[in-house]
Design a protein around this ligand. Structure first.
Ligand SMILES: [Zn+2]
Length: 121
């Protein structure tokens, strides 16, 4: 488990994710499955009780507190979903009244595109 403080600490992991292109599967918001060398790992992104953004992965490296590429890959999806969630909250009220905006299902699978402001594709 590590605490996400900034994009800098993810740089190496993003580079590795870009190279290895793991599959990231959506489980629930904040919970993802990422393919690794020995099958799938579960990555959990959340805010702890002190307000720190924490990322947990079930791989060996993460157990030692390292920022693994699974985490970086899952975060790229998590950040995109979190952003969509914010947009959805803004859009929901008028959409309900007019019924104009169809309900969009969350993306099940998504290639690694970007984390924060850094493009990794
Ligand atoms: Zn990992």
């Amino acid at each position: 488990m590590f605490i996400l403080k900034g994009i800098d600490q993810l740089e190496k992991a993003i580079a590795k994710a870009k190279k290895l292109r793991p599959r990231v599967e959506f489980d629930s918001f904040g919970r993802y499955r990422v393919s690794g060398s020995k099958g799938y790992y579960t990555v959990i992104c959340r805010k702890d009780e002190r307000g720190y953004k924490t990322v947990e992965c079930t791989c060996r490296g993460a157990e030692k507190g390292l920022v693994c590429y699974h985490s970086a890959a899952a975060l790229s999806l998590h950040v995109a979903l979190a952003r969509r969630e914010q947009i959805a909250q803004i859009c929901i009220a008028p959409a309900k009244e007019t019924n104009e905006i169809p309900y969009l299902k969350p993306t099940i699978e998504r290639p690694v595109e970007r984390v924060g402001g850094i493009r990794i594709n």
